[in-house]
Ligand binder design. Structure first.
Ligand SMILES: [Mg+2]
Length: 169
């Protein structure tokens, strides 16, 4: 299903080298807003250490963000020491495919990580990449153009979790 993620996690910190190995993930495409930083541009606690650990395990990473603010994207990218694509217009495929080309991996070996179904998850699924939905860094506060989508997302996530339960049970 285009709107369902392959995985639904608390935060990027749960994407450990072991998790990647188990799911044959060799590259991660990372969202910025409410995935790595909150609305005040404060980095998620432990994000730098987490990123170092996956990179040390040989996993390629790259930022693909919809933000039009290049300064914001480059600041986060510099802090983590990775490349970035901003103004990606997710769920459009362009940014994902560009990142894939730079990483030099097959689409199935890449997981896109983000806090939004309508951009991060749908975009990844359209590109046949793995999709990892994470909970927003700050669930109480969103950028205005994101906020209105949250009730719809909550409804989809509820259905998704129910579906998954049924599959396991
Ligand atoms: Mg986001």
């Amino acid at each position: 299903m285009l709107i369902y993620p392959d995985f639904y996690l608390e935060s990027v910190r749960e994407i450990t080298p072991d998790f990647c190995k188990k799911n044959k993930i060799k590259g991660l495409i990372l969202d910025i807003d409410n995935t790595l930083i909150d609305i005040d541009k404060k980095m998620l606690g432990g994000a730098k250490e987490w990123h170092d650990s996956v990179r040390d395990a040989g996993i390629k990473t790259m930022i693909v963000s919809n933000t039009s603010k290049q300064e914001k994207a480059s600041k986060v990218a510099n802090e983590l020491g990775i490349d970035y694509i901003n103004f990606a217009k997710k769920p459009a495929k362009g940014g994902f495919l560009k990142a894939q080309k730079i990483m030099g991996l097959r689409e199935s070996e890449i997981a896109s990580v983000g806090d939004q179904i309508f951009t991060d998850v749908i975009g990844a699924n359209r590109c046949k990449m793995q999709s990892i939905l994470v909970k927003p860094v700050d669930p109480e506060r969103d950028l205005w153009y994101t906020k209105w989508k949250r009730p719809i997302e909550a409804w989809i996530i509820k259905k998704y979790l129910k579906n998954k339960e049924r599959q396991i049970g």
